[in-house]
Design a protein around this ligand. Structure first.
Ligand code: AMP
Length: 139
């Protein structure tokens, strides 16, 4: 896979971005096509195409920075009264930019954002079976 993404240029300062936060490991900037006003992306500076390529410590850092930004979305002029985190890992999950990124999406009543899903009601035995399978695959 071609490792180049627009986020590499943003991190390098070669493409424009509206920065919210930066440290040695992480950059956060405004999404260019926000699903609600104040939609922020948090990215590792090291290019990891997918979660499997991301150092877990850095994954934790993305979440920590996301938490701080969530608080800022509530405390700033964005005036969010709810926040969603969203991360798409893989084409099927809706990932379009192959540089891991955490979406931090401020929520307001009636903002029109939502996930479409059809929850099911499996038997406990089916839940237990898949729980065992997932446990067995944990590394
Ligand atoms: P995903 O579908 O999870 O891969 O989301 C990719 C996100 O990156 C989308 O929400 C895009 O609007 C956003 N995006 C793409 N290019 C840029 C850019 N140059 N600056 C800011 N956000 C961008």
């Amino acid at each position: 896979m071609n490792p180049y993404t627009i986020f590499a240029d943003i991190i390098a300062g070669a493409a424009p971005s509206s920065k919210v936060y930066e440290d040695d490991e992480v950059l956060a900037f405004m999404d260019i096509r926000p699903v609600t006003p104040g939609h922020v992306l948090v990215v590792p500076k090291v290019p990891a195409p997918s979660l499997a390529d991301l150092d877990p410590a850095l994954g934790g850092k993305l979440f920590q920075v996301g938490q701080r930004i969530a608080a800022a979305l509530r405390g700033s002029e964005v005036a969010a009264d709810g926040v969603n985190f969203f991360l798409a890992d893989g084409v099927t999950a809706g990932q379009e930019v192959f540089h891991v990124h955490l979406h931090v999406i401020p929520r307001r009543p009636g903002d029109g954002f939502g996930l479409r899903a059809r929850p099911t009601s499996p038997a406990r035995a089916d839940l237990d079976y898949l729980a065992g399978s997932i446990r067995g695959a944990l590394t």
